[in-house]
Design a protein around this ligand. Structure first.
Ligand code: NAP
Length: 246
C-alpha cells in the first residue's frame, strides 16, 4: 500500500481501540482495523483514520478464533507489506459474582480477552521477527493487578495478559520486539456506559485525579510505548488510571 509502517489494532471500531487507531494514524502508521461483527462501524473508523493521511482497511475477525486470526494476519501482511505494531485491545465483560458465574461466561471472557491476545501474538510475531523489529502493546486493566469482586473471569483474563506480556518480552527481546501492557482504570466508553450511576460514583470516589479516563488517555500511552522514545522499555505494565493504583 505505501512505505509507512503498519499497526494492527483489535477492537478498533469504537471506544479505546478507535482512539488508539486515530492516535497511531496521527503518528504516521497505516492502520488495520480489526473487529468482530460491526463492519459498518469499522468502515467509519477506517474513513476517520484515512482522513489523517494514512492507509487503513477494515478486517472482520473474531479474535478468539485461532484460524480466523491466522488468515487475517496473513491478509494484513499481504495488503500492507509488513506489520510493525500490534495492539491487543479487543475485550468483553460478562460480570457476576463467582457463585453465580456460569462456565460459559468464564470461558467466553478468557477466549476473547486472553486467548485473543495469544492468537494475534502467535500469528504476528513471525512476521515481526523477519524484520527484527516490532512493538506489541496489550490492554490489561487495573483489575488484572488488584482483582475485583464480580469480575473473576475478566480480572483473570487481564492478569493473564500481564503474564503473556512479561514472558513474551523475555522471549522476543533478542529479536528487538518489545511487549508492554497498559492497565487502564475507569475509561468512559460503551463498555462502561452500562454501569449504574451508583457504580460510576463509587469509581469516581477512588480516582485521585478526580476525573474519569478518556479513550485518548489510553491512546496517548499506547502511542508512547510504540514510539522510538520507548525503545528501551519492555515487559512493563503502565497504569493509566488517574492514580487509582499506586
Ligand atoms: P468497548 O467499547 O466495548 O469496545 C470493545 C471492542 O472490542 C469493540 O470494538 C468490539 O467490537 C471488540 N471486540 C469484542 N469482542 C471481540 C471479538 N471476539 N473479536 C474482535 N473484536 C472484538 O470497550 P472499551 O472500553 O473500548 O475497551 C477496550 C479495551 O480496554 C478492552 O480490552 C477492555 O477490557 C479494556 N479496558 C477498558 C476499561 C474501561 O474502563 N473502558 C478499563 C480497563 C480496561 P465488536 O463490537 O465488533 O464486537
Amino acid at each position: 500500500m505505501s512505505d509507512r509502517k503498519t499497526a494492527i489494532v483489535t477492537g478498533a471500531s469504537r471506544g479505546i481501540g478507535k482512539a488508539i487507531a486515530l492516535r497511531l494514524a496521527k503518528s504516521g502508521y497505516n492502520i488495520a482495523v480489526v473487529d468482530a461483527c460491526d463492519l459498518d462501524k469499522s468502515e467509519e473508523a477506517v474513513n476517520e483514520v484515512k482522513a489523517l493521511g494514512v492507509d487503513a482497511k477494515a478486517y472482520q475477525c473474531n479474535v478468539a478464533d485461532f484460524e480466523q486470526v491466522g488468515n487475517t494476519v496473513t491478509q494484513i501482511n499481504e495488503d500492507f507489506g509488513g506489520i510493525y505494531i500490534l495492539v491487543n485491545n479487543a475485550g468483553i465483560t460478562r460480570d457476576g459474582l463467582l457463585l453465580k458465574m456460569t462456565e460459559e461466561n468464564f470461558d467466553s471472557v478468557i477466549s476473547v480477552n486472553l486467548k485473543g491476545t495469544f492468537n494475534f501474538i502467535k500469528h504476528a510475531t513471525p512476521i515481526m521477527m523477519k524484520k527484527r523489529e516490532g512493538r506489541v502493546v496489550s490492554i490489561s486493566s487495573i483489575v488484572g493487578i488488584e482483582g475485583n469482586a464480580g469480575q473473576v473471569n475478566y480480572s483473570a483474563s487481564k492478569a493473564g495478559i500481564i503474564g503473556v506480556t512479561k514472558s513474551c518480552a523475555r522471549e522476543f527481546a533478542s529479536r528487538n520486539i518489545t511487549f508492554n501492557a497498559i492497565a487502564p482504570g475507569f475509561v468512559e466508553t460503551p463498555m462502561t456506559a452500562v454501569l449504574t450511576d451508583k457504580q460510576k460514583e463509587a469509581m469516581f470516589a477512588v480516582i485521585p485525579l478526580k476525573r474519569y479516563g478518556q479513550p485518548e488517555d489510553i491512546a496517548n500511552a499506547v502511542n508512547f510505548l510504540c514510539s522510538d522514545d520507548a525503545s528501551y522499555i519492555t515487559g512493563q505494565v503502565l497504569s493509566v488510571d488517574g492514580g487509582m493504583h499506586m
